[in-house]
Design a protein around this ligand. Structure first.
Ligand code: GLN
Length: 189
C-alpha cells in the first residue's frame, strides 16, 4: 500500500514516522502525476488558502476530486478539512467532497492554540482509552454536517473528528502526538 502525503505546504513530514511505524511507505505528492502513484491520501494541516492556491495552479483539484469520489480513502487534517469541505465560510469549498460546512479560524488566532482532551466514540481508535489529547492550531469549526457524515468525536460540543465513507477529517493534529492510532484507523478504511 502506498500512502500519499500532499506535500505542497504544511505539516506533511510529521506523518512519515507514524506511517513507517505501521510498516507503511509513503510518497510525497506534489503534482497530478503523483496522485496516480498512491492508494490513499493525507491532506495535512497547514494553511488552506496556500494549499488551495497551489492545488489550483498545479491543476490538481479535478484529478484529486475524481479519485476521492472514486473511493480513494482520504484524511484531511485541519486545513485539510477546509479543503475537503462542501462549504467554507459560506462559499463553496475547493474540493467539495465532504458534506460539512466549516468556519475557518473559528476558535481564535495562533496564540489561542490549545490542547483539549476529546472523547472518541469508536473502539478501533480509542484502544480502550476514551480521552485523547487533541492539538488544535487555528482550527476550523465544523458548523453543520450532512446525513452521511458520522461524528466520531466532539470538543466543546463541536464535531472535531468526522467520517463520510472513506473520507476522514480531524480538525486537530493527531500527527503531533505520540500515538499512531489515527493512522492505523485511516489505513483500515
Ligand atoms: N487556519 C488554517 C486554515 O484555515 C488551518 C490551520 C491548521 O491546519 N492547523 O487553513
Amino acid at each position: 500500500m502506498m500512502v500519499g502525503l500532499l506535500g505542497l505546504q504544511g505539516a506533511f513530514l510529521d506523518h512519515i514516522h507514524h506511517l513507517n511505524s505501521l510498516g507503511i511507505q509513503c510518497h510525497i505528492v506534489r503534482d497530478a502525476e503523483g496522485l496516480r502513484e498512491i492508494d490513499r491520501l493525507i491532506i495535512p494541516g497547514g494553511e488552506s488558502t496556500v494549499m488551495g492556491k497551489f492545488l489550483h495552479e498545479f491543476e490538481m483539484i479535478a484529478p484529486m476530486r475524481e479519485r476521492i469520489l472514486d473511493g480513494m480513502p482520504v484524511w484531511g487534517i485541519c486545513a485539510g478539512v477546509v479543503l475537503l469541505a462542501e462549504t467554507v465560510d459560506g462559499s463553496p469549498g475547493r474540493l467539495d467532497v465532504l458534506a460539512v460546512s466549516v468556519e475557518r479560524n473559528a476558535y481564535g488566532r495562533q496564540l489561542a492554540s490549545t490542547i483539549r482532551d476529546i472523547d472518541i466514540s469508536i473502539p478501533d481508535i480509542s484502544d480502550g482509552v476514551n480521552a485523547f489529547p487533541g492539538i488544535f492550531i487555528r482550527s476550523p469549526r465544523i458548523t453543520a454536517s450532512g446525513p452521511g457524515v458520522t461524528i466520531h468525536a466532539r470538543s466543546m460540543g463541536d464535531p472535531v473528528f468526522v467520517q463520510q465513507g472513506r473520507i476522514m477529517a480531524t480538525t486537530f493534529h493527531p500527527e503531533l502526538t505520540q500515538t499512531a492510532v489515527f493512522h492505523r484507523y485511516f489505513l483500515s478504511l
